[in-house]
Design a protein around this ligand. Structure first.
Ligand SMILES: Nc1ncnc2c1ncn2[C@@H]1O[C@H](COP(=O)(O)OP(=O)(O)OP(=O)(O)O)[C@@H](O)[C@H]1O
Length: 243
């Protein structure tokens, strides 16, 4: 087992609001940690703490054995943290290939042939190869989501952070995106915030439940999703709604 991320006793408050409250968890290579919790629970804040956009009040973040708690965001990115957002933001006037190539070059620090090879490999992994020459701005939402994920992969990450990447997709599209994410996860450590329970069930190895910045529960997806407390309090639906 290779530990990629170790978060210990991470705390952060904005004024009187605790957005991270003594959070600790670990993540190994090939593992996907799903993160759920109600609106305002601190899920995006956790990712912002990990990428360095927000500094914690206390606690430590260790990536691949090195303490990155004090590092600035661009230096953390260089250590191998890639992020994909809910709203994809490709360069619309560049092709799909050029977008991924730009990520491999500028975020991944690769040059010429190596960047081109990496871009092609990522396009294949994300089922975008056939669309490589299309302009990113004209893609349907599912392909823009794939491209968002492809750009994160092209940045040569060890740790991939996914922030509600499946939001806004139809059911069949969620399944297609989930297949892509599940297909590559063995090579990375992943944290995936998502409000779609069955997407997390399909890919996540563990699920961490946040509320008011606190870890309420962490465990196997079935166990966590089937917990009456999670169904009622944190996800706002009744037991029978979960597939
Ligand atoms: N920069 C900031 N300054 C002050 N308060 C903030 C800041 N960023 C986040 N917050 C507050 O921290 C709390 C947690 O926000 P966060 O976006 O992390 O929640 P979330 O779990 O991701 O919610 P959602 O599911 O709605 O995206 C919220 O109350 C939010 O208003």
């Amino acid at each position: 087992m290779v530990e990629v991320l170790n978060v210990s006793s991470l705390s952060k408050s904005f004024g009187a609001i605790k957005v991270a409250d003594d959070l600790s968890f670990q993540l190994e290579l090939g593992e996907c940690l799903g993160v759920i919790g109600p609106n305002g629970a601190g899920k995006s804040t956790l990712l912002n703490l990990i990428v360095g956009l927000i500094r914690p009040d206390s606690g430590r973040i260790i990536l691949d054995g090195s303490d990155i708690t004090g590092l600035r965001p661009h230096l953390r990115a260089r250590r191998g943290i890639g992020r994909a957002f809910q709203i994809p933001q490709p360069f619309p006037h560049l092709t799909v290939y050029e977008n991924v190539l730009a990520a491999a070059t500028f975020a991944g620090g690769m040059h010429e042939d190596a960047a081109a090879e990496a871009a092609i490999e990522v396009l294949q992994l994300t089922a975008l190869f056939a669309k490589a020459e299309l302009l990113a701005g004209g893609l349907p939402l599912i392909d823009r989501k794939r491209l968002e994920f492809a750009k994160a992969l092209a940045s040569q990450p060890r740790l991939i952070l996914l922030d509600e990447i499946a939001a806004g997709l139809t059911e069949p599209e969620v399944a297609r995106l989930t297949e892509v994410i599940g297909g590559v996860k063995a090579g990375y450590a992943m944290i995936w915030i998502e409000h779609i329970p069955h997407a997390l069930r399909a890919v996540a190895d563990r699920i961490l439940v946040l509320d008011f910045g606190r870890k309420v529960l962490e465990g196997a997806p079935g166990e966590v999703m089937d917990s009456p407390a999670v169904r009622r309090i944190y996800m706002g639906f009744a037991a029978d709604d979960v597939a």
